[in-house]
Design a protein. Structure first.
Length: 343
């Protein structure tokens, strides 16, 4: 897969193998793409954008002629850079049957060109984008007064103006906390992730953490419905609930009760744990900060701890865990930590 090393997001979104991976995550080439992505972490942003492009291209199923999609894409790029290219006219008129097939192919290509042109217009002209900062969460106010706290590396895309008769839709990659305002016309608010998960709300506070392996949703308050591609009916969430939706359809959806404050403290740069198990703390450090916490005895994961740190410093948290539980914390590598009882 060396040819993909220098592909842009648009080129990835136009590649048949990539499209198959996005639309059929249980296909045979899924493991190949996962290995390639792990070997090329610098391409993660391009892959996320390409996945969004593929999931947004919801065209009616047609069978255009071989190479038509690539030709259309070349035509779009040519139109962006200059006048439309002149098409060559055949010197010999085709037979009637071939003329009909050619007419159908041209019509399909024209429809595809129009659809892609509309998509490009919405993405590049009618849309706006916000990115998380490198050092701390960033708060963004949306056109309807709702607020979004973006974690480091997160990105949201949305229309510059939301028509009153359409849902307020936001495309998210990464992790963000949403505080959604309720509208007098009950206008829906939808968060769309690259794996085709839709989080639908009316007015609420919740967190969506989109990652390569799964998307995690935590509901603080209000009402949320999840539209999962692999599920025929939406999933209704209640406050204080966490749901993990795996990126691969064959894996089970995990649903459990949690303390939302534990999972939303990142938005205010804090650590908040209230009678929380060390195992859950370790899982959160893995999810948010990519820390690997190794316990010498699995029963240590069941110990509980209450602590409120006004600064989100994992070194201070680990030192507090060791002191409060009479444990020893050893650093294997900067983000690989081993915890064991004191001798």
């Amino acid at each position: 897969m060396q040819q993909y090393d220098h592909f842009s997001a648009e080129e990835l979104a136009n590649d048949p193998d990539f499209i198959k991976w996005v639309k059929h995550t249980d296909s045979a080439n899924s493991s190949v793409w996962r290995v390639w992505l792990n070997q090329h972490p610098h391409k993660a942003a391009d892959v996320r954008l390409a996945r969004q492009l593929v999931t947004m291209w919801k065209l009616s199923p047609v069978d255009p002629p071989a190479g038509a999609q690539a030709a259309v894409w070349v035509a779009i790029q040519a139109q962006k850079d200059g006048p439309a290219p002149a098409y060559q006219v055949r010197q010999q008129p085709p037979a009637p049957a071939r003329r009909r097939r050619l007419g159908i192919a041209v019509a399909l290509s024209s429809l595809l060109l129009l659809a892609l042109g509309m998509i490009l217009y919405r993405i590049n002209i009618g849309m706006t984008e916000y990115n998380g900062t490198a050092d701390s969460p960033r708060t963004v106010t949306l056109p309807d007064g709702s607020t979004v706290v973006l974690n480091t590396g997160a990105t949201i895309r949305l229309a510059r103006h939301w028509p009153a008769d359409e849902p307020r839709t936001v495309w998210l990659t990464g992790k963000a906390q949403f505080s959604v305002t309720h509208q007098s016309n009950n206008q829906r608010f939808i968060v769309q992730t690259p794996d085709q998960l839709q989080v639908e709300v009316l007015g609420t506070v919740f967190t969506v953490d989109e990652q390569t392996q799964q998307t995690r949703i935590i509901l603080n308050s209000g009402r949320v419905r999840l539209h999962v591609a692999s599920q025929s009916t939406p999933i209704s969430m209640v406050p204080g609930e966490l749901i993990d939706v795996p990126a691969y359809k064959k894996q089970a959806i995990v649903r459990r009760r949690v303390q939302p404050a534990v999972y939303s403290a990142w938005a205010t740069q804090q650590f908040i744990f209230d009678n929380t198990t060390l195992g859950e703390i370790a899982d959160l450090l893995k999810q948010d900060l990519d820390y690997r916490i190794e316990f010498s005895d699995s029963t240590l994961r069941n110990r509980r701890m209450t602590i409120h740190l006004p600064t989100r410093d994992p070194d201070i948290l680990l030192a507090a865990i060791a002191e409060a539980n009479d444990l020893t914390v050893s650093i294997v590598t900067p983000k690989h930590i081993r915890i064991k009882p004191k001798l």
